[in-house]
Design a protein around this ligand. Structure first.
Ligand code: ASP
Length: 316
C-alpha cells in the first residue's frame, strides 16, 4: 500500500483511506521505536534534506530522527545562515538543492503556500513541516494517531480545539482531518482569535470555555501564537488564562475519560495549567511527541514507496 502520495503538503488533498494508511503504517513504527535497535534500511541510500526557515525544536528533531531510523542520509540546512540571507530567493535555493538530487525535502516556512510553490519546482518528494497559518499535516496526523490509540477509534468523537484558532496551522490541519474522519468539532476561544466564517466549515463555535468543553472526549489546547499577532488580541495573559486557560475546574466539564492534548511548545500558566499538562492520567502530550516520530517515518516511507512505484513516470 503506497497511499498514492507524491508530496505531503497538507491534509486537505488526502482521502480518509490515505489518512488511515499512514496511521496504520505509523502504528508499526511505534513498535519499532520501542525496540533496542530502532533502525530499518527502508530508506537506505535515500537523501533527506531538512530546510527550516522558521525556528523549530521538536518538529526538526522528530523529522531528523525519523529519517535516521529509516536509514536515510539526513542533512539539516541552517537556513537562518543560508544564501536566503544573501538575497537568494526561495525558488533559487530549492533549485540549487534539487540539482544535488535529494529524495525528500522537509520544509518549514513562515509564509502560507511557500511549501506548495517549492514543491512545484523540484523533482523530489516534499513534506510540509508547517507553512505560516496554512497547514501542518504531520502534526494533525500525529494527533490523529494519538487520539486513535487513546480512544480506540477516530470517528464519532467530540473534540474541542481551544485557544488561538486564528493564527494556528495546527488547528486548521486538525479541523480538516477530524472533519474528514467524521468527528464532531467544537472551536473554543475569544472572538478575536476565531477566523471569520469558520462556522461554515461545519464546526460549532463557543466563546465560553466551560460550555465548549461540556462532555467532549478530547480537549486540544493551542499555544497563543504571539509571533503571528500584531496588535492586541487579548486584554492580558492573566485575563486570558482566567477565561481560556485549561485548569482542573474547566476540565471537569469534559467527559471523565477525556484526554488533554497540546502540540507544543506550551505556555504554562497562559493556555494550560502546568499540573494538567503533567497529569499522566489525562494528558497525552508526551505520547503526541512519541507518535510524531512514527507518523513522520510512515509518511516518508509511503512517499518513497509511491515514487518507486511510479519511477517510470516523469514528475513535474
Ligand atoms: N509547533 C506547532 C507549530 O509549528 C505549534 C506551535 O508552534 O504552537 O505550528
Amino acid at each position: 500500500m503506497t497511499a498514492g502520495l507524491k508530496h505531503l503538503l497538507g491534509i486537505e488533498p488526502l482521502t480518509p483511506d490515505q489518512i488511515t494508511a499512514i496511521l496504520d503504517l505509523a502504528d508499526s513504527y511505534v513498535d519499532l521505536n520501542k525496540r533496542q535497535i530502532k533502525r530499518t534500511d527502508t530508506l537506505a541510500g535515500r537523501t533527506q534534506i531538512n530546510m527550516f526557515f522558521e525556528n523549530s525544536t521538536r518538529t526538526q528533531a522528530s523529522f531528523e530522527l525519523a529519517g535516521k531510523r529509516l536509514g536515510a542520509d539526513v542533512m539539516n540546512m541552517a537556513m537562518q545562515a543560508s544564501s536566503i540571507k544573501k538575497g537568494e530567493t526561495l525558488i533559487d535555493t530549492a533549485l540549487t538543492l534539487n540539482a544535488m538530487h535529494p529524495d525528500l525535502l522537509v520544509v518549514r516556512h513562515p509564509n502560507s503556500g511557500a511549501v506548495d510553490l517549492l514543491a512545484q519546482k523540484v523533482n523530489c518528494a516534499v513534506l510540509n513541516a508547517g507553512d505560516g497559518r496554512h497547514e501542518h499535516p504531520t502534526q494533525a496526523l500525529l494527533d490523529a494517531l494519538t487520539i486513535r490509540r487513546a480512544k480506540g477509534r477516530l470517528h464519532r468523537l467530540s473534540v474541542a480545539i481551544c485557544g488561538d484558532i486564528a493564527h494556528s496551522r495546527v488547528a486548521r490541519s486538525n479541523l480538516i482531518l477530524l472533519g474528514k474522519m467524521e468527528n464532531r468539532i467544537r472551536l473554543v476561544g475569544p472572538s478575536t482569535l476565531m477566523p471569520s466564517g469558520i462556522a461554515d466549515l461545519g464546526c460549532e463555535v463557543y466563546h465560553d470555555m466551560e460550555e465548549g468543553l461540556k462532555d467532549v472526549d478530547v480537549v486540544m489546547m493551542l499555544r497563543l501564537q504571539k509571533e503571528r499577532m500584531d496588535g492586541g488580541f487579548i486584554p492580558s495573559e492573566r485575563e486570558y488564562y482566567h477565561r481560556y486557560g485549561l485548569d482542573a475546574a474547566k476540565l471537569a466539564r469534559a467527559k471523565k475519560d477525556a484526554i488533554v492534548m497540546h502540540p507544543g511548545p506550551m505556555n504554562r500558566g497562559v493556555e494550560i495549567d502546568g499540573d494538567i499538562a503533567d497529569d499522566i492520567h489525562r494528558s497525552v502530550i508526551q505520547e503526541q511527541v512519541e507518535m510524531g516520530v512514527a507518523v513522520r517515518m510512515a509518511a516518508m516511507d509511503l512517499l518513497m514507496q509511491g515514487r518507486a512505484a511510479k519511477s517510470k513516470e516523469v514528475w513535474v
